[in-house]
Design a protein around this ligand. Structure first.
Ligand code: MBD
Ligand code: FE
Length: 284
């Protein structure tokens, strides 16, 4: 079974594919086919690829390399990774460009619903010896008119210091570095966690093969993933980043925005960092 034997890419890839299929089945939003839209979008995508083949005079060797690679993407379960790294940022732009509140960012392939709930100032589930710099992350959730949203929740998930996400790599406790904070009656939250490390997407699968073959790099800057929810408001899916990360300017997933940059300050004892960041949600 791929949990024990496969390279890391196929483990995380196949788990991400399974989790995605489960969520889509639960949402039941894919039963309706809009024939005109499929005709337009599939037609344009196929034409764009044909144009490239003709303009760049693609050879049979190149065509067969593509065919083999596409098959491997499926075998490694890396369609979620491929799509979320190279396309989701544009979908996110389209979906949220009308917003007056916080800028969002892509969800990526490693979200799990229903992370454990904790009080407004709780500590994220983590191992006793979890490596990493302690991080206190606090703020308030408001509506665009400034009203504090006292029914809001803040979900946070992030990689450990080796760049692994719980439930997508073996040997990590189920909810490690995943949690849901219920804000207090001033709509404030105070999250205690550790700073995530810069993150490399799996290099030993199909996506890694493409990256190496093209001479690209596999890095994302260190990031926190968030979902902020409040009744009557649009769901905010976001990521937050740390200044000075060498990959803030060349994120492989093109998911960094200036509004998503944190301003962390060292704690008095010099052992941790603390950062304030408020969320503003758009009414539905
Ligand atoms: C990640 O951790 C991630 O956030 C994205 C967008 C893609 C791959 C891995
Ligand atoms: Fe991530």
């Amino acid at each position: 079974d791929y949990l024990d034997e496969a390279p890391a890419a196929a483990v995380s890839g196949n788990l991400a594919s399974e989790r995605f299929a489960e969520r889509i089945a639960a949402a039941q939003s894919h039963g309706v086919v809009d024939t005109e839209r499929v005709d337009l979008l599939a037609g344009r995508a196929i034409k764009a690829l044909n144009d490239i083949i003709l303009e760049e005079r693609v050879s049979y060797d190149e065509y067969n390399a593509l065919k083999a690679w596409l098959i491997k993407v499926g075998e490694d379960g890396e369609w979620p990774l491929f799509l979320d790294v190279w396309l989701e940022h544009s979908v996110e732009d389209v979906a949220t460009s009308h917003r007056e509140g916080n800028k969002g960012s892509i969800e990526g392939p490693y979200y799990i619903e229903d992370a454990p709930e904790m009080s407004w100032n709780g500590t994220i589930p983590m191992r006793e010896d979890e490596p990493g710099t302690p991080l206190k992350f606090f703020g308030q959730v408001r509506s665009t008119d400034g009203t504090p949203l006292t029914d809001a929740t803040v979900e946070l998930w992030h990689a450990d210091s080796d760049g692994f996400y719980s439930q997508f790599a073996p040997g990590i406790p189920e909810w490690n570095l995943r949690g849901t904070w219920v804000v207090n009656n001033d709509a404030r939250f105070e999250i205690h966690t550790i700073e995530p490390a810069p993150y490399q997407i799996p290099t030993d699968g199909a996506c890694g093969q493409l990256i190496a073959a093209a001479g690209w790099h596999a890095w994302r800057p260190a990031h926190l993933h968030l979902k902020v929810k409040a009744p009557g408001h649009e769901l905010l899916t976001a990521q937050l980043y740390f200044p000075g990360d060498p990959h803030n300017d060349d994120d492989i997933a093109s998911a960094v925005k200036p509004e998503l940059m944190l301003d962390p300050q060292p704690t008095e004892d010099g052992k941790g960092v603390t950062v304030e960041y408020d969320f503003v949600l758009d009414p539905e």
